[in-house]
Ligand binder design. Structure first.
Ligand SMILES: Nc1ncnc2c1ncn2[C@@H]1O[C@H](COP(=O)(O)OP(=O)(O)OP(=O)(O)O)[C@@H](O)[C@H]1O
Length: 635
């Protein structure tokens, strides 16, 4: 008998691996070939961003790298000529005279390189914060340019997390690219010297470095896959950490003695991440060992070749001396090339996530229609169906609904009946699964979303409390005018004026106690500010979702008295459970399981048998529980 049969289901495990999403499965198979194809594109993108944010530094860096490469090559040539001069036969004074120009070049090259190194470090440090900032801004811009539906998809959040990690490391690619360039130039210089000594030495040397290169790439891939695999866990850890430390949950955690339970959960999750991380680093170490072993054996072969060439008379003693020196330099360069290429491979994998997120907006780019709507006067739905991604039933199921300028329409229904979902479709925050939502005859799918939202004012159930001044909290999203009258008018309509007047600096008061020693408001006061923000917007469609849930009776009365005034030039959709308030509405639409089951005025519906009257009676019926309690007490 399964646990389901027995009526008791096992708790869902917090397992965020992208089941059904091919992306992380694909991550396991990221190959050198795949990255070799993607890297030029990523490098080009990085360079063009760097060029855009600070072209003087980029130009400076390129010049420094080229000059530094030339100095490296000259230095290497000078080294070999110095040694050749010193170990050749003849009078020591003559040899010294012969060697000194090379020594001078050697010293000058070293000096130039040291100076350039300082310049390169300076320029790189100047440019990387700008790059980091640009990568993050581009990412945030892409996230805000996604459909709201993205946030209902776990895959989107995972892609976002990976892209965010990519944005953090992406700036490294410039530095790694420079190091690779420097190593390549130095390798080139050494290769010319080695090639003149004997053509066999260089290919052997490159072969000798390959095992370590393969090991480093493999290890980078293993670490990347581990990080991707744990994306969901890491996010859950972040969420728990936030709850554990944030003021918002602090009272509940204490009064509910939740800390041991939450800390236990935290430990369990971090243990799992640590275990996967340890597995990855162990695999990385195993590969590093094999790489070093292979590299060591291959180096022995190279040195063996050198000895063989010497013994067989293919190399003179002087040439062998130079070869030893060049071999050491070139070995360092080849290893530098391999190491930096592996690092670029690693960074490229993360950056690829960032870049893909920008290209595809996490697969949820805003569907941009080309109709620029005016303030809508008639908003209606026809046979509207909406199903959330991954849900097994429709949240809205064949809705026909209309609201016009000058009207207040109330949406009423039990929890989960589809009220908030409908309000998101009316405001074009969601697009229909089937059926239509139209604004003055234009389907919302055809509207330019940004232009459409200019006509929308929305107070959602979970409105945001922005850590900004009271003024910014009201005007946010609108161009600021110097005339404060509009702000005060909106504040007065929402009852926020009396809240703001009591603040130490009025509209200029910072509402962010937690972080910035600003002022703090109560829940109801924040709700008034959120309402003021909606009233401030010159929007033709005003949607209020439970707008007075935290307000005292006086403040609530004020809102509903003002609502009729606000509806003069707006279409107002009001979602509320407080049925006494919906008397203000011209029409009431009652939803049940995503369908419209009743529609009419307050008077009509309260006199008709149906869901509305049932809910209204339940809301008004406070005597029954009170009488029962009294009876139980006397019994
Ligand atoms: N993001 C989401 N992803 C999946 N399903 C969702 C999501 N949001 C809501 N739903 C489902 O859609 C249905 C309608 O939800 P909606 O929030 O519109 O109800 P509501 O009438 O506003 O409820 P309430 O009175 O509790 O605010 C519910 O069954 C809910 O579980």
């Amino acid at each position: 008998m399964t646990s389901k049969d027995s009526g008791k289901q096992a708790d869902e495990e917090i397992d965020f691996a992208w089941d059904g999403d091919s992306r992380w499965e694909a991550a396991k198979y990221i190959t050198l070939r795949h990255m070799a194809r993607r890297l030029p594109h990523l490098m080009k993108r990085s360079l063009s961003i760097a060029w855009r944010v600070d072209r003087a530094s980029v130009a400076g860096l390129l010049v420094c790298q080229v000059v530094s490469g030339i100095a490296a090559a000259m230095g290497l040539f000078a080294t070999t000529s110095t040694i050749t001069a010193l170990i050749s036969s003849g009078n020591i004074t003559d040899r010294l005279w012969e060697a000194w120009p090379s020594v001078a070049v050697l010293a000058a090259a070293a000096g130039v390189r040291a100076t350039l190194y300082i310049a390169i470090t300076w320029l790189t440090s100047r440019i990387t914060p700008l790059l980091q900032q640009e990568y993050e801004l581009m990412l945030l811009g892409a996230a805000t340019g996604s459909e709201l539906a993205a946030y209902d998809s776990p895959g989107f959040k995972d892609r976002w997390d990976n892209a965010e990690r990519g944005a953090v490391v992406s700036k490294d690619i410039i530095e790694e690219g420079q190091d690779l360039l420097a190593a390549l130039v130095s390798l080139l210089a050494g290769a010319v010297v080695l090639g003149t000594l004997h053509p066999l030495l260089l290919p052997f040397l490159v072969l000798a470095s390959l095992p370590q290169g393969v090991a480093q790439v493999h290890s980078a891939r293993v670490t990347y896959v581990a990080a991707v695999k744990m994306t969901g866990h890491s996010r859950m850890i972040g969420v728990l950490r936030w709850h554990l430390a944030d003021r918002h949950s602090a009272d509940q955690i204490r009064a509910g003695t939740m800390a041991p339970f939450l800390l236990g959960k935290y430990r369990k999750l971090t243990n799992r991440v640590t275990a996967v991380h340890r597995e990855a680093v162990t695999e990385g170490a195993r590969m590093a060992f094999l790489g070093a072993l292979g590299g060591g054996l291959a180096s022995a072969v190279v040195w063996g070749v050198l000895v063989a060439l010497l013994a067989s008379g293919h190399l003179t003693v002087a040439a062998a001396g130079t070869a030893v020196l060049a071999l050491r330099t070139v070995t360092g360069s080849v290893q530098g090339v391999v190491r930096n290429a592996a690092m670029i491979f690693r960074t490229g994998m993360y950056m690829d996530d960032w870049s893909r997120f920008l290209e595809e907006t996490g697969d949820y780019r805003l569907a941009a229609g080309d109709v620029i709507p005016g303030p809508p006067k008639d908003i209606r739905t026809h046979n509207l169906v909406y199903r959330y991604e991954g849900a097994d039933k429709n949240a809205l199921d064949g809705i026909d609904f209309t609201v016009r300028t000058g009207e207040i329409v109330a949406l009423v229904g039990e929890n989960g009946s589809g009220k908030s979902t409908l309000s998101k479709l009316l405001t074009r925050l969601h697009l229909p699964t089937t059926g239509t939502v139209t604004w003055d005859g234009h389907p919302t799918t055809a509207l330019d979303p940004q232009a459409a939202w200019k006509h929308v004012a929305l107070v959602p159930q979970d409105f945001s409390c922005w850590p900004m001044t009271a003024r910014d909290n009201i005007t946010l999203g609108q161009p600021r005018s110097d005339d404060e009258n509009d702000v005060w008018e909106a504040a007065a309509a929402a009852g926020a004026d009396e809240v703001v007047r009591e603040l130490r600096a009025g509209l200029s008061t910072l509402l962010a106690r937690e972080w910035l020693n600003g002022a703090e408001l109560s829940g109801g006061q924040w709700q008034r500010v959120a309402l003021a923000r909606a009233f401030y917007r010159p929007a033709a469609l005003l949607v209020l979702d439970e707008p007075t849930s935290a307000l005292d009776p006086r403040a609530e009365h004020r809102i509903f008295t003002n609502l009729r005034h606000a509806a003069r030039d707006r279409a107002v959709v009001l979602v509320t459970h407080r049925l006494a308030n919906v008397a203000v509405a011209d029409r009431i639409v009652v939803l049940d399981h995503g369908r419209v089951v009743q529609e009419g005025t307050f008077d009509e519906l309260s006199k008709t048998t149906g869901l509305f009257r049932e809910l209204l009676e339940l809301q008004n019926d406070r005597t029954v529980p009170a009488q029962r309690a009294a009876k139980e007490k006397t019994a």
